[in-house]
Write a protein that binds this ligand. Structure first.
Ligand SMILES: [Zn+2]
Length: 486
């Protein structure tokens, strides 16, 4: 595909995907689509909806940069799964994407896709506020707002949503500019229609989100509190954050959620120190220089010497800016307080790696892994360390374990390709690249990589047969998507 097509996609898709996100809100699962059945299934069957969501996610991943910080990813996944446990969501096959953007946004999309911008951590000041936004998004999923949106479109004989989704998928399948044209023409009109229908969906997502927030042990007052703060902050702003465009915060919305929240007993959880640690990680990502981050976290710690998050953030920022002795001094009290805390220990590991104290780092990771053997960020740190020590074979083993638990994570496949390259496993490199490309929506490249792999593995019939099968599956996937477009 010529380069300019890619650039053009970037420009067109970026805003549309974000803005669409919440409108597109989600899928129901398959077998139990409500009585809208006929209208919606005429457009997209439940299984297609699932496939469509995954294809949409692949495309999104291929177009928009994401954060690959293992601790943040792990936090988002764990916290959303926990919220989903007390929600009405029946199909909990969720997939996550953490987008590299400081703008406030979070969304749900068909097929159980949950997207979170780095910016959510910047804007949501407490764990309960963060959970409020995600409880709202989960409600879009559990209430099958996506399928209902399709039904509404059908009734109005405005199948623009389908056209638009088709356009997105066309781009995913490599159909190029035809797909882009479909998006461009239907987008503006469809957005307007969807917004009209989505007001009711938004209200329902707020209501159910509040309910589930409380069920998950949070203080539901966090939802109106966050809305109120955002409204004060952006009342006169011509360019509010993305989330407020799809979720206009109005006086009546605030009043409605406030009234409902006040009906719950007080006493729910408002915050957690771990959320604040993750928030510090994100703040560090979006600070212009590590020097400025040091300044900011130092000021915060001076202001509130007991703030664990300020201390943690300061230590990370000092490490990043190479002031390693002070970074260690600042971190030590945290480690003394909670010697087995994973985040504090990983901060110490990062520090040791920067200071080239690889053995200390390795011992620390080993000790922690004995306590938390299934922990993804610890395993990731172990793989990174082994790579640093030039032990690709051992790193490969760790990465294989990671792949077993995160088979749909493009970051891990990317790393797998790198590690296999270092250990001279050329067939494995191509296989890993194929999986990576499939997960970022580039099926042609994925299929081609398997061609390369098969050529290399021609003597090994079993292996070649497995790759043939995988290639057929990928071709099917690509074809299925193309057929959905007709
Ligand atoms: Zn919403």
């Amino acid at each position: 595909m010529p380069l300019n097509v890619r650039t053009c996609r970037m420009n067109l898709l970026r805003p549309s995907l974000f803005a669409l996100a919440c409108l597109l809100a989600p899928p129901g699962t398959a077998s139990d689509l409500p009585s809208l059945g006929d209208a919606s299934s005429a457009i997209v069957s439940p299984e297609q909806e699932h496939q469509l969501g995954r294809a949409w996610l692949s495309l999104l991943r291929g177009q928009v940069p994401h954060l690959s910080d293992a601790q943040l990813k792990d936090y988002v996944e764990t916290s959303v799964y926990r919220l989903s446990e007390t929600s009405q969501l029946q199909d909990r096959r969720l997939e996550f994407v953490l987008l590299d953007s400081p703008q406030l946004n979070a969304f749900a999309a068909p097929g159980g896709i949950i997207g979170v911008n780095g910016g959510l951590f910047l804007y949501a000041q407490t764990e309960a506020e963060y959970a409020a936004v995600l409880a709202h998004e989960l409600a879009h999923l559990s209430q099958r707002h996506f399928a209902r949106g399709l039904e509404a479109q059908q009734r109005l004989q405005l199948p623009m949503m389908a056209t638009m989704l088709a356009g997105i998928i066309a781009a995913a399948a490599g159909a190029g500019d035809a797909g882009m044209a479909a998006i461009a023409s239907s987008q503006a009109a469809a957005m307007q229609e969807m917004r009209r229908f989505s007001r009711q969906n938004e209200q329902e997502a707020d209501r159910i989100g509040l309910l589930n927030l409380e069920k998950a042990g949070y203080d539901p007052r966090a939802m109106p509190s966050m809305f109120e703060r955002l409204m004060r902050q952006y009342r006169y702003d011509a360019k509010p954050p993305e989330f407020l465009l799809t979720h206009p915060v109005t006086e009546s919305r605030i009043a409605d959620t406030r009234n409902r929240a006040e009906q719950y007993r007080p006493g729910g959880r408002q915050d957690d120190h771990r959320y604040q640690l993750m928030r510090a990680r994100v703040q560090l990502v979006y600070e212009q220089t590590s020097g400025m981050a040091v300044k900011r976290f130092r000021a915060l710690l001076d202001e509130n010497p007991k703030s664990v998050a300020a201390r943690y953030g300061l230590s990370l920022a000092l490490t990043k800016s190479g002031q390693l002795n002070e970074a260690r001094e600042v971190l030590l009290p945290l480690l003394n307080q909670v010697p087995n805390d994973i985040d504090y220990n990983l901060a110490a590991v990062a520090l040791d790696i920067t200071a080239n104290r690889i053995q200390e780092a390795e011992m620390r990771v080993k000790r922690l892994l004995a306590l938390y053997p299934g922990n993804y960020p610890l395993r990731q740190a172990q793989a990174d360390l082994l790579l640093k020590q030039n032990q690709p074979a051992a790193a490969e083993k760790v990465i294989s374990q990671l792949l077993a638990s995160r088979p749909e994570d493009p970051d891990i496949w990317y790393l797998a390709a790198e590690v296999r390259g270092l250990s001279g496993d050329i067939v494995g490199v191509h296989q890993a690249r194929a999986e990576y490309f499939a997960l970022v929506g580039n099926y042609d490249q994925a299929i081609e990589q398997l061609d390369f792999a098969k050529r290399r593995a021609s003597g090994n019939f079993q292996l070649a047969a497995r790759m043939d099968a995988r290639q057929r599956a990928l071709k099917e996937e690509k074809k299925m998507i193309e057929e959905m477009l007709r």
